[in-house]
Structures are given as structure tokens and as C-alpha cells.
Unconditional design. Structure first.
Length: 295
């Protein structure tokens, strides 16, 4: 039955992720970027929920490799496991600051071809990582001016992802953290809002890479508990500035205090938060945060 197949695929994903974390214990080598999706997947496998997880597990694998002149280059593999993986291929985008746009497109399409030809239906994250380690550096020097990938093809197929992260924290009181949240969002051109107090809610939206950078800075601070509750990704073909602006639900990033009438201002009035989200067309998020219908 599909239910059985789903369970099996989910189990394979978890054991592969466990393997990766035991092989690459350091966060700079392997980091799960969406802890909520991983928790949902585990919950599904332990058969506590018949509900298929709502989002793919996403993670980053970083690969350092030597290039002929003895320097080391780092490639970053942004990976997502579709729910049907391994019966379908993983989604992988390899990036490096040393690759031109067209070199990156060629590298990613060659990696995909290699996986398609060799790993239909089998777990292949380690093989993909090996392939990148062995082959990626060669793409840095590839001269593509004469090859089939012309610059115009490259720009046409460029897809920009707009991301909105809904971050949940046990509490946010600290003035310095609150300042960081606002300053970093500004620096990374992210909009959204931050609701300090207990619980703390932060929403940021903008370019995917900027959201990921924001999250990696925020989670390095000391928190009692912080996690991404929900993540929205929208692919924008050609994704110019105007396209990105169109996707935004918040004009800037501001701090929102829904004060629950001065009980030291700690506990926020969740009813006010609900109405604020509703105004912005995000009422469904309230339930993801608090597990109840709003109003």
C-alpha cells in the first residue's frame, strides 16, 4: 500500500540523516535547516501520526575539496528530500562563490544526470557528496563561452526563491537580541516583524539566501529554545526586485508589542497577534504556532 511505502521511504530518510550526522558531526559540515520538518518526519515514522509531513526535510552539506594549485575550495550543497525520496531524486543545489552562474548551472545539471543514471530508487546523499568532492572543482575553470550553456540560457533558467520563515522562541526579552533581530533584518533586506515577550515570535521574509543567513546568525545566540515553526518558499522565475516586493506581506521589519496590559509586559496578548496576522493574510500561521484556532 502507499501507506507502507511512505513509511518505508520516511524510515530510509531518517536512517540516512542519522548516518550523515554521525559521519559529519560538525555543523559546518552538515546542518539540518528545517528542524520542524525533521521532527514531523520522525513523528510520522514512529507511527504516532498518519498525517504525511507538510514540508520536506532541508539540510546543508558543505564539502571542502583541494584544487590543483593546492588551495581548498568549499562547495555548499543545499538539499531537500521530497517525501517520496528515495523513489524520487533528492533536490540538490551546489553553490560556491567561485562558480559563475553558468558554471553552477552546468555543475548542477551534471550532478542530476549522474544521480538519475546511477541511483534510481536508492538513497544517494553520500554518493552525491562524493561526486561533488571529486568533480565540482573542475567546473570552476570550465570556459563555457563556446559551450552549449550560453550566458543568456543561464539567466533565463535562473530561479530566485522568496522565503518566509516563522521562528518561535520560548521568550525574547533581551534588548541586545531584539536590536540584533532588527539590525540584521535591515542589513539583509528582510521584512516581517518581531514580537518580544513570552513566547517570542519572529517572522522574516525576503530572498531565500538572506533568510537562511538571518537564521544561522539568530540561532547562534543563546536561547532557551528556538526553532523554525514554518517555512514558506516561492520560486520566482527571473525574480527581479519588483517580483520580490510583490511577495512581501510586511513592508519593513518592525517590533510589535501586543502588551497584555502591563503584567510586566511579559505575556503578549495573543488575540491581538491573531488579528494582526489576519490583517496580513497569515491567520493560518497562528494555528501552527499555538495549535489552536485563533479568533
Amino acid at each position: 500500500t502507499t501507506e507502507m511505502a511512505n513509511q518505508e521511504e520516511a524510515e530510509i530518510q531518517i536512517s540516512e540523516l542519522d548516518l550523515l550526522s554521525s559521519m559529519f558531526p560538525y555543523e559546518e559540515e552538515f546542518a539540518v535547516t528545517d528542524q520542524l520538518a525533521l521532527a514531523e518526519l520522525k513523528h510520522y515514522v514512529e507511527n504516532e501520526s498518519a498525517e504525511v509531513p507538510s514540508s520536506k526535510v532541508q539540510f546543508i552539506l558543505n564539502v571542502k575539496t583541494e584544487v590543483p594549485n593546492a588551495s581548498t575550495v568549499e562547495f555548499s550543497m543545499a538539499c531537500a528530500l521530497p517525501f517520496k525520496y528515495p523513489s524520487v531524486l533528492p533536490e540538490i543545489t551546489v553553490r560556491s562563490s567561485l562558480l559563475s552562474r553558468s558554471q553552477q548551472i552546468l555543475l548542477n545539471s551534471d550532478l542530476k544526470t549522474y544521480l538519475m543514471q546511477n541511483f534510481s530508487g536508492e538513497p544517494c546523499m553520500l554518493s552525491a557528496r562524493e561526486w561533488v568532492k571529486d568533480h565540482a572543482a573542475a567546473y570552476i575553470d570550465k570556459d563555457l563561452s563556446s559551450s552549449s550553456v550560453t550566458a543568456s540560457d543561464a539567466t533565463q533558467s535562473e530561479v530566485i526563491t522568496f522565503t518566509r520563515l516563522w521562528i518561535y522562541s520560548h521568550h525574547i526579552y533581551n534588548k541586545q537580541k531584539r536590536k540584533n533581530i532588527i539590525d540584521w533584518a535591515k542589513e539583509l533586506s528582510l521584512s516581517g516583524f518581531c514580537m518580544p515577550g513570552k513566547p517570542g515570535v519572529v517572522c522574516v521574509e525576503g530572498l531565500q539566501s538572506s533568510c537562511e543567513e538571518f537564521w544561522s546568525r539568530i540561532r547562534r545566540l543563546t536561547w532557551k529554545r528556538i526553532l523554525i515553526r514554518h517555512r514558506e518558499d516561492v520560486s520566482l522565475e527571473g525574480g527581479g526586485h519588483a517580483e520580490i516586493q510583490k511577495q512581501r506581506k510586511f513592508p519593513t521589519l518592525e517590533e510589535k508589542c501586543f502588551d497584555a496590559h502591563g503584567a510586566r509586559g511579559n505575556h503578549m496578548d495573543l488575540g491581538q497577534l491573531y488579528h494582526f496576522l489576519e490583517e496580513k493574510g497569515c491567520a493560518d500561521i497562528f494555528q501552527m504556532y499555538f495549535g489552536v484556532e485563533g479568533h
